[in-house]
Ligand binder design. Structure first.
Ligand SMILES: [Zn+2]
Ligand SMILES: [Zn+2]
Length: 593
């Protein structure tokens, strides 16, 4: 398996990873970057018609925003997401397309492409395993980040790859925390807050800060503008405000503008994708239908109002959207507050204001920033310790860990703390992942357990062959056998079939005359026969009582003077494991006419 970052390496934004496994090719996420440069992933080397799948972790634009571009340029394959992501990403993409068109007169794609992308989207539940290529399986797990957000597990026969997407390791007001009951050989981990000093405050502390900033501002007659991502942060802030109003801690109308009005409606359709508290609230009614939440229909009217108020609106990093209108109008007044509650990417207006710029140009107009710019952390991402916890809570520590979705310093600091299994992913570099398994999981014989016996031949193979004959003779119902079968063994098997024993045999090579003969005779007597040239293991499994697995070549009548070894298994669990190995190989073997 090979992986290559087309975006999202050493940066936050335009997440896009190319994955290739033999003839299978897919993209993990296909997002945009909300900044003035490097907005899109580097797709120039990708042949869209050869892509087998696109897999989207969640509906934030830095993960899903560029998918319609693929459809604008001929991609017609499946897009896999969860059910809420399918629905929400369409709204996000439509909005992105129209903002781009408004601002630059040009967009990377049109509404028609968004519609096509949705049409080709296949939605899955968490934990639902889907075959997306030959012997390639996809399963989504809860990432705890926003509604519908998923971690992506890709499993092949030889390797498993877990892509975290964006994860949260703390429960929020809306979501459970990320699922860690997952096992993978390679992990691709987000690192947004991976820096040594990235430590989130407790949710209660952040909520108290929010309440006191609001109360101070209201006391001086000002307004609070809270820019939010339409999905995730918006609903967390709204639930916090609602609770504070109900508890009598604040008393002020909250105006909702932009896309989040629509997104709040969507939450109503997916209560089972949230935490238990939200689930039971939604059973009664939509908690966002609240008398102090007022949807803005006439923005001009609100902009002229003199009374204190809170405005919650998009976009979260002030890269566009209604927040710009409010900010332009109110930034000059020192009693007002711009309250940032999310991560601000380098190069965005939100980041510039956070870094203290006092004069910005918006729509060719100079805006002087006298309003206070404050920030409170309500992150939906795991912090430094949360990311370390995520890795150590996984079922098994991954052999390789690649870090992406972070600023270079933070990536390096997190890599240091994860130790030598961690690599900071470089843009446009192909990484080859070694096969973690040689086909199937090895069957581990347990020497200490009763019922497993190691069998070593003398320089002649008789001992193993005698065991085989004994096993065939003691079979009552079903006999599974693989390897070379000579005349003596053929006769024993025919005897067993006369006792109504069902037989399945896998022969390695039909080119040998003795094997061809065994194939013909055993078929004629009612055995199910198959050929598999890749199978070197010699197995014999009798009912669920005995199994022998060995390296011995039993047809040569032992003219080689060397040792062979095998295991005789009498323990029922072990016998079943050998049996299921046989059945997997059986599934891949051919019937010859
Ligand atoms: Zn996200
Ligand atoms: Zn992200």
């Amino acid at each position: 398996m090979q992986i290559k970052w087309l975006g999202g390496a050493k940066e936050v934004g335009r997440s896009c990873i190319y994955v290739k496994d033999n003839n299978f090719r897919c993209l993990l996420d296909c997002g945009v970057k909300l900044s003035s440069e490097d907005m899109y992933p580097e797709l120039s080397d990708i042949n869209f018609s050869k892509l087998d799948a696109v897999i989207i972790s969640h509906a934030h634009l830095d993960h899903c925003g560029y998918v319609p571009f693929l459809f604008a340029h001929g991609y017609r394959g499946p897009v896999y997401t969860t059910h809420p992501t399918r629905r929400i990403s369409r709204i996000m993409q439509d909005d992105f397309a129209s903002i781009q068109k408004e601002e630059t007169g040009w967009g990377p794609y049109w509404r028609e492409d968004v519609r096509l992308a949705k049409k080709h989207t296949v939605a899955l539940d968490y934990g639902e395993k889907r075959e997306i290529g030959k012997d390639i399986f996809l399963t989504f797990y809860d990432a705890g980040h926003i509604l519908g957000s998923a971690q992506t597990l890709i499993e092949t026969k030889y390797h498993s790859l877990l892509y975290s997407g964006d994860i949260n390791m703390d429960e929020s007001r809306i979501m459970d925390k990320a699922d860690t009951n997952i096992q993978a050989d390679t992990l691709i981990l987000e690192s947004t807050y991976g820096g040594k000093n990235d430590k989130h405050t407790y949710l209660e502390d952040s909520e108290n800060d929010l309440i006191s900033i609001i109360n101070d501002t209201m006391a001086s007659g000002g307004k609070v503008i809270i820019p939010v991502f339409a999905i995730g942060r918006a609903q967390n802030i709204l639930m916090t405000l609602k609770r504070a109003i109900e508890d009598g801690k604040i008393n002020v109308p909250v105006y909702l503008d932009g896309m989040l009005q629509r997104i709040n409606e969507i939450y109503d359709d997916y209560p089972e994708w949230m935490n238990n508290e939200m689930y039971s609230m939604f059973k009664e009614s939509n908690p966002f239908d609240f008398h102090m939440f007022i949807n803005v229909h006439d923005r001009k009217k609100i902009l002229k109002m003199e009374t204190p108020m809170i405005v919650v609106t998009t976009a979260g990093m002030m890269s566009g959207g209604p927040v710009i209108s409010y900010f332009k109008e109110w930034a000059n007044d020192p009693t007002n507050v711009l309250l940032l509650v999310g991560y601000q990417v380098e190069g965005t207006l939100g980041r510039k204001l956070l870094d203290g710029e006092k004069e910005v140009t918006l729509d060719e107009k100079k805006v002087y920033v006298n309003a206070k710019v404050q920030s409170i952390n309500f992150s939906a991402h795991a912090d430094h310790d949360g990311l370390l916890d995520f890795v150590s809570n996984l079922k098994k520590r991954p052999t390789n860990i690649f870090l992406n979705h972070g600023d270079p310093d933070k990536l390096r600091e997190l890599a240091d703390d994860l130790g030598n299994s961690a690599t900071v992913a470089e843009p446009l570099t192909t990484y080859t992942l070694e096969a973690a398994r040689t086909g199937f999981e090895p069957i581990e014989p347990s020497f200490s357990k009763e019922g497993v016996e190691m069998v070593i031949t003398t320089p002649r193979d008789e001992i193993i062959k005698n065991y085989m004959i004994e096993i065939i003779r003691s079979t009552h119902r079903e006999l599974l056998i693989s390897g070379y079968i000579d005349t003596a063994l053929t006769n024993e098997i025919i005897e067993a079939m006369r006792r109504n024993v069902k037989v399945k045999a896998i022969i390695r090579h039909l080119t040998r005359p003795s094997n061809k003969e065994a194939y013909r005779i055993l078929s004629a007597h009612g055995a199910e026969m198959r050929e598999n040239r890749d199978l070197h293991a010699r197995m014999i499994i009798s009912d669920d009582r005995y199994a022998l697995i060995s390296s011995a070549d039993l047809t040569r009548d032992s003219f080689y003077d060397h040792y062979e070894a095998g295991f005789l298994v009498k323990n029922r669990t072990m016998v079943n494991r050998v049996g299921s190995f046989f059945k997997r190989v059986w599934g891949e073997s051919y019937k010859i006419d």
